[in-house]
Design a protein around this ligand. Structure first.
Ligand SMILES: Cc1cc2nc3c(=O)[nH]c(=O)nc-3n(C[C@H](O)[C@H](O)[C@H](O)COP(=O)(O)OP(=O)(O)OC[C@H]3O[C@@H](n4cnc5c(N)ncnc54)[C@H](O)[C@@H]3O)c2cc1C
Length: 513
């Protein structure tokens, strides 16, 4: 007799729960797996998370979602990167683009050529001037990347800003239409097998009992199974990321529809601005050790583009991650597995990566949950989280906002060894991390290192194969070429009007494709 399907039970119906359900139902054969999701309307979701990274497009493409329809229904806009205002020091700004800086010349990475000319005192400007995505973002321009890899207009990727609640609703419709069973109800008790310690049954308020072979904990900050039941410890990263609160409030749109997220450094933290088609999402992330709730609220409300659409909502958190995301037969995905402040919009990517890793490591029908699968999942989880942490900490550590207590504190803190190494390497040689695993590419590291005022003292000597005069000319040509192409591109607002305008039809019209 054939073994019964392997039962996967997802607890939680926020962005993590529904991305997990949709991803698994797409990647696994439902003849072998049985997928159930439990969510509680009474508890609700965290209700934030509107800015993303380019990887989300791959996830949506994998599901076969029509992009224009998706953007119409989530009132979405395009994102070419993040503008950091005042992070190095007040009055200065830079963009972390989703694109490359120049291209390798004579088989040597671009930044070495730039560093060489810059160190020789040539007027070659900032690295920023060699990114087409930066130029387009500054021009408020957008179009889909050119498919010809030789075109400068192919040298960027893009992400979205969208209404996260509408996205989760959409995924719910999509996943349930494909066989995921949804149960509305609150989990009030969890039973473990005394021999293995594995979770065996969840009891709901209604009295219903739900058995499973593998349980995915998407219960958000509550971490019902991974923390509550399995007691997996927490690596606290607040010594490096001291912000522990956020106040979030949407406001009416007033100004231009910028194709980027803006993050503005404030005395006690920083403020985000995420433009959607019908409103702007705003929030002030702050450290309660350095800034009162009143000050954070006043700063937030004094710096909105239009009238606030409601009262600011307070969220509390602690930066860190679970010691292990997969323990026994429980896998934590989303906020239950860890939290890093939304400075680089990384949470939804970390959910996506975990869903794909879980699908790749899913036990076979009839098989058990092998500890080696868990060990590999945890290895990938750690790499993703730890490298993302380093990237976020870099924004704080390398600042020149002297005389402001929070910024003085983070400038003087002892860094994780891995980050201290990356900064030193760049300073000494202009080399930047380029690894297969880990979210941020070399270009991302370059953008933030230079943007935060970390400059190289040297460069790869192989760059000297190009004569200096020729190099300076090539750099000038590239700068002009980028500038001319960016201004020739249409505006972001025009692109949206022609491609995915949500019009006055109202949000919430999303239906499963
Ligand atoms: C201030 C802030 C800003 C953010 N901004 C961004 C951003 O710009 N970009 C980004 O990528 N991410 C961002 N994030 C993170 C992002 O919001 C989350 O990663 C994402 O929403 C996933 O949340 P979740 O599904 O894990 O948890 P939640 O949304 O909290 O969902 C938890 C689910 O579990 C259910 N549940 C809980 N307990 C029970 C129970 N006992 N029984 C049954 N069901 C239960 C709830 O009903 C809910 O359905 C931000 C987070 C914060 C705090």
């Amino acid at each position: 007799m054939a073994a019964a399907p392997f039962r996967i039970v997802i607890v939680g119906g926020g962005t993590a729960g529904w991305m997990c359900a949709a991803g698994l139902v797409r990647l696994l054969a439902l003849t072998d797996y049985d997928l159930t999701l439990i969510e509680s309307d009474a508890i609700g979701t965290v209700g934030v998370g509107e800015a993303t990274l380019p990887h989300i497009k791959n996830f949506n493409d994998m599901l076969g979602i029509d992009e224009a329809q998706f953007l119409r229904d989530t009132r979405g806009t395009f994102k070419l990167g993040i503008e950091f205002v005042g992070w190095d020091r007040p009055g200065e700004a830079y963009v972390h683009p989703f694109g490359t800086f120049g291209e390798p010349w004579a088989s040597v990475d671009f930044q070495h050529h730039w560093a060489r000319a810059m160190l020789a005192g040539e007027a070659v400007g900032s690295l920023q001037e060699y990114s087409f995505a930066v130029a387009a973002a500054k021009a408020g321009a957008f179009e889909l990347p050119n498919e010809d890899p030789k075109s400068i207009r192919s040298t960027y990727a893009y992400a979205y800003h969208f209404d996260a609640t509408l996205y989760a609703h959409f995924l719910r419709g999509w996943a349930t239409a494909r066989g995921v069973k949804r149960i509305e109800g609150q989990v009030i008790d969890i039973t473990r097998d005394p021999a293995s310690g594995h979770v065996s049954t969840l009891r709901l308020e209604s009295g219903a009992e739900i058995g499973g072979d593998l349980f995915v904990d998407c219960s958000g900050f509550r971490a019902l199974l991974v923390g509550g039941t399995m007691g997996v410890g927490w690596h606290d990263w607040s010594e490096w990321l001291p912000c522990d609160r956020a106040l979030a409030v949407p406001c009416a749109s007033a100004a231009e529809l910028t194709p980027f997220t803006r993050s503005t450094a404030r005395r006690g933290g920083w403020q985000w601005r995420i433009p959607l088609q019908h409103r702007i999402g705003n929030g002030h992330v702050f450290s309660s050790a350095f800034c009162s709730e009143q000050e954070a609220s006043d700063t937030l409300l004094a710096n909105l583009d239009g009238p606030a659409l409601g009262e600011p909502r307070l969220l509390r958190f602690q930066a860190g991650r679970r010691a292990r995301a997969w323990e026994g037969n429980v896998v934590a995905i989303g906020l239950s597995s860890g939290f890093l402040e939304p400075l680089e919009s990384t949470s939804i990517f970390l959910i996506q990566a975990a869903v794909v890793d879980l699908a790749n490591l899913m036990p076979a029908r009839g098989g058990g949950v092998d500890a080696r699968l868990a060990a590999e999942f945890n290895r990938l989880f750690e790499v993703h989280c730890d490298r993302t942490r380093d990237f976020l900490v870099l924004h704080y550590a390398a600042n020149r906002r002297h005389g402001e207590p929070l910024w003085d504190h983070v400038r003087n803190m002892t860094l994780p060894d891995s980050l201290a190494h990356k900064i030193a390497l760049f300073r000494e040689s202009a080399a930047a991390p380029d690894y297969k695993l880990g979210l941020f590419s070399r270009d991302s590291w370059l953008a933030v290192l230079e943007g935060q005022g970390v400059l190289p003292r040297s460069y790869n000597r192989l760059a000297e194969r190009i004569p200096m005069a020729e190099l300076v000319e090539k750099l000038a040509e590239l700068r002009d070429y980028i500038r001319l192409n960016a201004v020739a591109m249409g505006s972001h607002a025009e692109f949206i009007a022609g491609y995915c305008d949500a019009g006055a039809s109202g949000a919430g019209a999303m239906v499963a494709a």
